[in-house]
Design a protein around this ligand. Structure first.
Ligand SMILES: [Zn+2]
Length: 274
């Protein structure tokens, strides 16, 4: 194995391991931030029996497997979501390293991975608590600005238009939905999220993110209504009260960020014959 191949393999491994640990941290953040609790203190403990968890209870993926998904001290079930978020986040970080490390450098891969992790944490907070903490919005904004400094495209003007488009579109519906439906359909958090997404996506991808995100969110509403009609709960999250819009929007943002060029060129080729 050449030196470069060795560095690449080491980077991919490191990204995966850090991604798993960040995933573990996201679980803590998604639990504590919406409740207004501090991230640093108290140290990790079981919410049921309040026992402090030792380092061997906090190893991503492995602790969950070896404990059989139960608290070591009181036997209370640990939600599967904890395992799932660690796994997904580790895979996202590996994907960032595989696709961006060699072409765009380690800083770009790191910023994109941190952006995806923040979006994942936002999706969980919104799905479970119907809110997105402002600290996550600020983190996302900082990562978006850092990404804008690293990547020459889209240009700053396009990013500005993206922010205006994403924020403006949902601000319009934020004010419109009480008039149309007599109730709040969107939160201001969705408006902020889409404005920040516009900065790292640029205008063209933001337009895609709006379409894909809105369709996904509405599909989520239909699925939930169907599940409710059948007296069943959706897996992973118990959707009782209102419907969280942000997870669908975030799916749209990520899809647009990754596949924007392919989607636009497929769109253009549809009309190439005319
Ligand atoms: Zn316990």
């Amino acid at each position: 194995m050449g030196v470069e191949a060795f560095y690449a393999a080491a980077t991919h491994t490191l990204f995966t391991l850090v991604g798993l640990c960040v995933g573990s941290f996201l679980n803590v953040a998604a639990y504590r931030l919406p409740l207004g609790l501090r991230l640093s203190k108290p140290s990790s403990h079981c919410p049921q029996c309040k026992r402090r968890l030792a380092w061997r209870d906090l190893i991503p993926l492995l602790s969950y497997i070896f404990l059989g998904g139960k608290c070591r001290y009181c036997g209370k079930r640990i939600p599967f979501r904890y395992f799932f978020v660690e796994l997904i986040n580790g895979m996202l970080w590996l994907a960032c390293s595989l696709t961006l490390y060699e072409s765009n450098g380690i800083a770009a891969a790191l910023i994109f991975a941190l952006t995806l992790s923040t979006l994942l944490c936002m999706a969980i907070c919104d799905a479970e608590h119907m809110m997105i903490p402002d600290s996550l919005q600020v983190s996302l904004l900082l990562f978006a600005l850092a990404g804008a400094f690293l990547a020459p495209t889209p240009a700053w003007t396009q990013r500005l238009y993206g922010a205006m488009l994403g924020g403006g579109f949902f601000l319009f519906f934020y004010f419109l939905s009480p008039v149309l439906f007599g109730r709040e359909g969107l939160g201001l958090a969705d408006v902020k999220l889409m404005a920040i997404a516009g900065i790292f996506l640029g205008a063209a991808s933001t337009a895609l993110a709006i379409v894909i995100g809105t369709v996904s969110a509405l599909a989520g509403v239909c699925m939930r209504e169907a599940a409710r009609a059948g007296q069943r709960r959706l897996p992973l999250f118990d959707g009782d009260k209102e419907f969280a819009f942000a997870p669908g929007l975030i799916l749209g943002i990520v899809t647009a960020a990754v596949y924007s060029e392919q989607i636009w060129s497929a769109y253009r080729s549809m009309f190439a014959g005319f």
